[in-house]
Design a protein. Sequence first.
Length: 335
Amino acid sequence: MEKKRVSIRDLAAILGVTPSTISRALNGQGNISEKRREQITKLAKEHGYRPNHIAKSMVANKTFNIGLLLPEFTHNYFNKILAGIESVTYQKGYQLLICTSDELQEKEEKSCLTFLDARVDGILATAGNSSDDLRHFENVLKDGTPLVLLDRICEDLNTSYVVTDDFEGSFEAVQYLIDSGCSNILHIKGPDYISTSFNRKLGYTEALKKNGMEYREEFVLKGDQKAFEKDLNAVLDKHPIDGVFAFSDYYAYDVIQILNHRAVKIPDEISIIGYADEPLAQYISPQLSTVKQPAYEIGKHAAEILFKIIEEKTDEIITKQLKTTLVLRGTTKGT
């Protein structure tokens, strides 16, 4: 026979107090002595009491669920963001409903509908599809559900966000390449449809401009296209490239593989800097110089902002930009 689940009323009957006293004690509320609170907490543990979240949700008019939409989980960067978010949601007593978009419009739209149907108390999202159609996020805001974007900005959405200073991080990386003697620097850019690609390319461009170096369109290659290897080899055949700044560590790794095939000495002949500081940056040889993003802190700050909006019921738009750090390793000179 299935064991009956212990309720607040059962605990109240055992101690001869009202159910509301039990509830206030377990939720840290009300004017209850510490001795009585400890007594109730101990009794609840002894009897295996678990709160009825459905009843709790009805009373509080909350589901105690947060929707989280990420592009994918294959990169350590997004795993760290998740860890930062969970450090806050766990402490607050909330559960995460997690969806991934795989950078697809249809999956983003479906995920947002799933969150709204589940009546989540708020949504954290990284916009990742190639379309300019943001109606699914606009519908979230129209529904009155708090939304905080992280990692990437959608300028057409009037909502809170947490990002890193990709412009400054990229500028610093390219400036280091220039200071270490590089004069023909390639940029391997990211997908055109995300803000991080634009900002990192802008940092590259501005560093060249500040140092009186010409911006050359043929020195900017797309890292996410099938013809990348062919295009990179074509540039290397025609120009004395001595530096590479890549949108990501994975793009930088692809460059290293191609250079190794060409027997190019790194960093003596060509220096390379990636972006994000993924684990592979330290596992390859030589170890990859990169721009470190504070992924855990991005997730943590985004969750804190979301709870501020939820708990204070504020319409305030809160934005936070975190600094990056240049990490120098074996693929650059002077390290």
